[in-house]
Ligand binder design. Structure first.
Ligand code: ADP
Ligand code: MG
Length: 132
């Protein structure tokens, strides 16, 4: 996912370019807006964390780009490409190093396991057949 700050700042194209150049194939993609409730559902796993309410507000503050990406070893390679959650710790050459503004507004999301990639893909694209 490309998060609201990065979309609003006009960084969608640059981020997609980095993703494609790293060898990921875009299998499904859309520009959409999450409600506070849907954002909360997406980040349900963090509901006990102190930043959860702010995170919901931020993730529903503007349009996001959701995409399903394909590559060998996609989850691990994508996590490497996006960099650490906190941009101050993100390595040079990562998407977050380049585009993240803070630990919250950190430009992109990447699934943390194959299982969650499946769940998150369905969250945005259930009922569509383009990525089958
Ligand atoms: P990641 O996105 O790297 O998988 P997490 O799953 O830990 O990181 O957190 C989900 C999202 O919640 C982060 O990408 C970020 O937007 C936000 N977040 C995480 N930790 C904090 C924090 N300490 N303060 C504010 N927001 C946070
Ligand atoms: Mg995470």
């Amino acid at each position: 996912m490309i998060k609201p700050d990065a979309v609003a700042d006009g960084n969608t194209g640059a981020i997609l370019k980095m993703i494609e150049e790293a060898g990921f194939k875009i299998v499904a993609m859309k520009l959409t807006l999450l409600s506070d409730e849907r954002a909360g559902q997406f980040y349900e796993v963090h509901k006990e964390r102190p930043f959860y309410n702010d995170l919901k507000k931020y993730m529903s503050s503007g349009k996001i780009v959701a995409a399903i990406l394909e590559k060998d070893n996609a989850v691990a390679d994508f996590r490497k490409l996006i960099g650490a959650t906190n941009p101050e710790q993100a390595e040079e050459g990562t998407i977050r190093k380049k585009f993240a503004k803070s630990i919250e507004a950190n430009a992109v999301h990447g699934s943390d396991s194959d299982e969650n990639a499946q769940i998150e893909g369905s969250f945005f694209f259930a009922g569509t057949e383009q990525f089958a």
